[in-house]
Design a protein around this ligand. Structure first.
Ligand SMILES: [Zn+2]
Length: 431
């Protein structure tokens, strides 16, 4: 159930029992402070134009009431009487951007390797860093992140999500996936073989074990489940599949009962094939995707999160025409040509938080139009995340997650770097 702050206040007054339910579900609004909730603030935003998530509208204005968008349309049609007016000349107002693949509990690999972070940095240290990461993400105009694995930091994403929701720290709304799930033996860190150390994700094998772990992670607060469908393991070079098709199917079926979608890390053709046939929601990376596998994904309505800029390397790359980058470009083009649904997601955390826009720059550099790239981070992302009745468009009734950029990012993607204004849930975080 969605609960507004006013309703919360009424409930708190009406309920005689001193026992309050902790907020663990997906009720989005962050509760307001104060006993006597004042009338919701009304703000009218006047940018040069509004990109509503689908199309551009010159001369439109947006009225925000409380945490929701109240009205959108030509400036003359949006009443501003009694409202606080914020002029945003020269800017394009868009829905808050979505980062589809983050790791808020990692920091850049150029600062410390994954193995060093997971095995030498304690939980409190990592959470302290994550609060900075969340602030930087929000300031960069990203108002929602799907965080795909804490990489050894237990369930800290769930409680960071709740800390943001409760207004304790600033940050984007978080979709948490807790520990992520790997097949035994396929993940890290590894020490001498006789030492069994906690892994960077939770191990599960066989349909019974997978069902139990999926259910346990959902019980611990996961909004999404992340599986590793392949990884670099075994005697041969490169990645190789892990979970069988049966295992993946059962995981999907189990999570689906709770309304929880599954994201699968997979780069190999066989891993992508199994994930697609299991009808998972998204495939992460997909580095070896072929026209055939992308066609299969379209048929099964599986979306793709390409993470073109994942890794520690700088963006733009020193050599855009290196064999590796030519290959990335070719695979991305195959996905575009097949018409697979693409959600923006960068694997940020492997590089500095707040630099998320580089993934959108990469998608455009590799052949997507700027308008399609912005959609992949707004309206398309919201659909893939099953949140299109909440976020992803500038439309009355949706949460007031609104960002203004100097210039027009649907024509010049570099404008995403010129963030002039950030609002989330009707609260201004940058102006
Ligand atoms: Zn990742």
């Amino acid at each position: 159930m969605r609960t507004t702050p006013a309703v919360v206040a009424v409930l708190l007054m009406a309920v005689a029992s001193p026992i309050a339910h902790p907020s663990t579900g997906s009720g989005w609004p962050e509760p307001a402070e104060g006993q006597n909730a004042p009338a919701p603030a009304v703000t009218v935003l006047k940018p040069a134009r509004v990109f509503d998530g689908e199309t551009m509208h010159e001369g439109w204005a947006v009225r925000v009431k409380g945490e929701r968008i109240d009205a959108v349309g030509p400036e003359a049609s949006v009443a501003a009487a009694g409202a606080k007016v914020i002029d945003l000349p020269g800017t394009t107002l868009t829905p808050g951007l979505v980062e589809g693949h983050s790791h808020i509990l990692l920091h850049a690999y150029s600062e410390a390797s994954w193995e060093s972070q997971v095995s030498k940095e304690g939980l409190a240290l990592r959470v302290a860093r994550a609060t900075n990461h969340l602030r930087a993400t929000l300031q960069a105009g990203f108002t929602t992140v799907r965080d795909l694995g804490t990489e050894g930091a237990q369930y800290a994403d769930v409680e960071l999500r709740d800390a943001v929701r409760q207004g304790i720290i600033p940050g984007p709304r978080i979709l948490a996936s807790t520990k992520a799930i790997v097949a035994t033996g396929s993940y890290q860190p590894k020490f001498v073989p006789e030492w069994n150390v906690p892994q960077g994700a939770e191990e599960a094998d066989g349909v019974d074990s997978l069902m139990r772990v999926v259910r346990d992670q959902i019980g611990k607060g996961a909004d999404w489940i992340k599986l590793y469908g392949d990884y670099r393991w075994g005697p041969l070079p490169g990645s190789h599949p892990t979970f069988t098709l049966d295992e993946m199917k059962r995981a999907v079926e189990t999570a689906d009962s709770a309304g929880v979608p599954i994201a699968v890390h997979t780069s190999t053709v066989e891993g992508m094939r199994r994930a697609t046939l299991a009808n998972v929601a998204t495939i992460e990376h997909g580095n070896d995707g072929t026209p055939e596998i992308f066609k299969l994904m379209v048929e099964h309505h599986v979306a793709w999160c390409p993470t073109l800029t994942a890794g520690a390397g700088p963006w733009p790359p020193a050599d855009p025409n290196s064999p590796a980058n030519q290959r990335k470009r070719a695979v991305f083009k195959a996905g575009l040509d097949a018409g697979v649904t693409i959600i923006n997601g960068s694997d940020v955390g492997t590089f500095p938080h707040g630099d998320n826009a580089r993934e959108l720059e990469a998608m455009v550099a590799y052949g997507m139009t700027p308008a399609a790239a912005v959609k992949s981070a707004t309206s398309t992302a919201a659909r893939v995340l099953r949140m299109d009745t909440q976020i992803g468009q500038v439309r009355a009734g949706l949460f007031a997650d609104l960002v203004a950029f100097d210039g027009d990012p649907t024509k010049d993607i570099a404008a995403l770097r010129r963030v002039k204004f950030v609002m989330k849930n009707g609260t201004v975080y940058k102006q």
